[in-house]
Write a protein that binds this ligand. Sequence first.
Ligand SMILES: *Cc1c(COP(=O)(O)O)cnc(C)c1O
Length: 427
Amino acid sequence: MEHRYRDRSVLIHGKFRSEKWDFEDHILPPITTSTAFRLRSAERGADGFLQFANPDLDRGAVHPIYIYSRLDDPCQGLLEETLAFSEKGETAVAFATGMAAVSAAIGIHVSAGDHILAHNALYGCTYSLITNWLSRFGVRYTLANLNDRKTLESSIRPETRVVYLESPCNPTLELVDIEELVRAVQGANAGRPDNERIVTIIDNTFASPFCQRPLTMGTDFVVHSLTKYLSGFGADMGGVVIGRRSAETDLLLFRKDFGGSISPKAAWNILVFGAPTLALRMERQQASAMRVAETLELHPAVKFVRYPGLDSFPQIDLARRQMRDIDGNFAPGAMLYFELEGEQDEAYERAKRVMNHLAENSLAITLAVSLGQIRTLIEHPASMTHSSLSSEDQAAAGIAPGGIRMSVGIEDVRDILADLEDALAAV
Ligand SMILES: *Cc1c(COP(=O)(O)O)cnc(C)c1O
């Protein structure tokens, strides 16, 4: 039934009829937060255990026998149906946080001795997961520039099982050419037996499914921090892995045993408030981001602005090809990065003064990490989100001492601009 409707409508209503929960007489799905479920009979209890994570059953078609909330629950299941739809994936499994989702997406695909190839610009905790934790378990890794076809191909080893990337990257907004990368990995997979196949995983948090749907470009899995654009209001944490049905059993078992299940209360909020307003919020935030980027670009205190919607964006052709909204229009998103004028130390001090000026004087712009909320958030990567990187690693990742990251919200854009101009004038 939902196939007759456009994305915008399905994100609001979800599946017209879901097997997950009987709520014929409700407009909103009920919120249910039972940690354990009544099993009614020994037989039904046994069936529940047979059913859970059973690869021979289509989760979308059977009415689930719920057992215990860490395994599965109705709000979580309804959210998963909507999220799978949003990315055009066969299945979605939701998690407590974005990092729980990243851990599962990688975790189900590697064993000791295997190798992960990841792009050299990664979300800080993903970097730490791969380099600190997975390496302890004997999983090796290479971080490389995956936009360089030769580097990509020469970094793939016989024991490579995962190619991992983000696009746009944090915080510089650099893009990775997803279709080109998928072609290279397909080439490397030719002739490999199924159990040695390399899977591609992309963190699509910065774009959101509104601006980009990587599964339609051939990637195997998409992960999101639901905490960001999909939740949208900054009130809930969550994560999701979306992709091939063949991985569903492992994702559910990984979640069961590592324990990163999403709380039904968070799932309900994202289902009822976040997903239904995604398109509306993104359109507004994106239009404002364009205005902010254009204004900043002309400002004398600003060296340059990186926003995929600007003609000056270094990968503008790729941006136009790859970032498309659910109606097919160019969708450069609502994240931007800009650098202040000045030599290293001077630019660093200026950036901090801009942060402090905004923290003390601005209503429209909040000094905070995170992104994707209805509120405009600003931060200084060199001293905040990316401060754990050495200055050499920061430079290699394109993070300058005077670099500033902004996540544009839904405030009146004239207020965002006025507060930004005040802060820039003060330094
Ligand atoms: C925030 C974020 C994560 C981690 O998500 P949490 O919900 O904070 O665990 C992963 N990747 C990207 C790109 C993010 O912005």
